[in-house]
Design a protein around this ligand. Structure first.
Ligand SMILES: CC(C)(COP(=O)(O)OP(=O)(O)OC[C@H]1O[C@@H](n2cnc3c(N)ncnc32)[C@H](O)[C@@H]1OP(=O)(O)O)[C@@H](O)C(=O)NCCC(=O)NCCS
Length: 260
C-alpha cells in the first residue's frame, strides 16, 4: 500500500472514538478496512450528533468494513452501535493458563520448531482451510473465501513479523499443526493463531499438540499462556476446558459493512 494508513480520533464531552486501518485486511478486501480501537459513550443522547463526524469519515475514505470489539459490559455502547448500522457477529472468550512452571506435563515425541521458508506453502494451506468459526467467516455479508485468504496471508506475513513467531508441529515427518505466538510482558505468551491441519483433526492431535506447546513454553520459562477464541468454536472451547484453562471476561465483536 503506497498511502498513509487511515486513522480517526474524536474526543468530545459526549463520546470518545478512535479507529485505525488494518492494512493486512485492506490488502485482502481491496477496500479500506478499519478497526475501532476505543469507543466510550459518555452521554448517549448527545453522542448521536457527534457520531456523524465518524460516519462522514467512513464515506469520505470509502471504508468498506469496520470491526469493533467491546468489553462484555459495554451494553450502552453495543446498543448505540447497533442503532448505527453495526451488527453483532461474535462473543470472544479469553482462555488463560497461569502457573505454567508448576505443571507436570507428560513427555511427547511431537516436535515443535520455528517454520522455515520451505514450510510456508504448506502452513499457508493449512491456515486457508482450517478456520470457519471466526468473524470473517461467519458474517453473512462477507465472502468466506476472503476469510480463508486472510488467515493464509497472516501465516505468510508472520514469518517476517518483528514480534510474532510462526511454529510448526511435526509428528515424525507429518506436519500436523501450526501456531503463531507472541511473547508479551510478564512471562506471558499469547497464541494468535492455532490450528491442527484439517485432515488430522478429530484424532487426538489437538490435545497432544496443545500439551506439547505448553511443554515448549514451559521450557522457555513462560508462566502464563493466553489466547482468544470465538465462543461458537465448541471444539476448541472444550479442548481448553479439558486442559483446565480458565476463562477471562469475554468481549463482543461488531461489524459495520458498507451496503453494496
Ligand atoms: C479445535 C481443534 C484444535 C481440536 O483439535 P482436534 O485434533 O480436532 O481435537 P482432538 O481430537 O485432540 O480432541 C481434543 C478435545 O477437543 C474437544 N473437541 C474436539 N473436537 C470436538 C468437537 N467436534 N466437538 C466438541 N468438542 C471437540 C474435545 O474436548 C476433545 O476431547 P474429548 O473428545 O476427549 O472430549 C482443531 O479441530 C482445529 O484445529 N480446528 C480448526 C482451527 C481452530 O479452530 N483453531 C482454534 C481457534 S484459533
Amino acid at each position: 500500500m503506497h498511502r498513509p494508513l487511515l486513522s480517526f480520533m474524536l474526543s468530545t464531552p459526549q463520546l470518545r472514538l478512535s479507529a485505525r486501518e488494518a492494512p493486512w485486511d485492506t490488502a485482502v478486501y481491496r477496500e479500506p478496512v478499519v478497526q475501532v480501537e476505543e469507543f466510550e459513550l459518555i452521554d448517549p443522547k448527545g453522542a448521536i450528533s457527534d457520531y456523524t463526524e465518524f460516519q462522514s469519515w467512513l464515506d469520505v475514505e470509502r471504508i468498506s468494513i469496520v470491526g469493533c470489539r467491546l468489553a462484555h459490559e459495554q451494553l450502552r455502547e453495543s446498543m448505540f452501535l447497533e442503532a448505527h448500522g453495526f451488527r453483532f457477529v461474535e462473543m470472544v472468550l479469553h482462555p488463560r493458563l497461569d502457573r505454567l512452571q508448576g505443571l507436570t506435563i507428560p513427555e511427547d515425541d511431537l516436535k515443535i520448531a520455528p517454520a522455515d521458508t520451505t514450510d510456508l506453502a504448506n502452513l499457508q494451506e493449512i491456515a486457508e482451510c482450517a478456520f470457519g468459526h471466526e468473524r470473517y467467516h461467519v458474517d453473512p455479508r462477507l465472502d468466506p473465501r476472503l476469510g480463508d485468504k486472510r488467515y493464509g496471508r497472516w501465516v505468510r506475513n508472520s514469518h517476517h513479523h518483528p514480534t510474532q513467531r510462526l511454529l510448526k508441529v511435526l509428528d515424525g515427518e507429518r506436519l500436523v499443526g501450526l501456531f503463531i505466538v507472541e511473547r508479551q510482558a510478564d512471562l506471558t505468551v499469547y497464541w494468535h493463531l492455532t490450528a491442527i491441519a484439517p485432515q488430522w483433526q478429530g484424532r487426538g492431535y489437538g490435545r497432544r499438540v496443545w500439551m506439547a506447546m505448553l511443554h515448549h513454553h514451559q521450557v522457555e520459562g513462560f508462566e502464563t499462556v493466553t489466547t482468544t477464541i470465538s465462543a461458537r468454536n465448541i471444539p476448541v472451547l472444550n479442548l481448553y476446558a479439558k486442559l483446565q484453562f480458565r476463562f477471562m471476561p469475554p468481549e463482543m465483536t461488531f461489524h459495520w459493512v458498507r451496503p453494496s
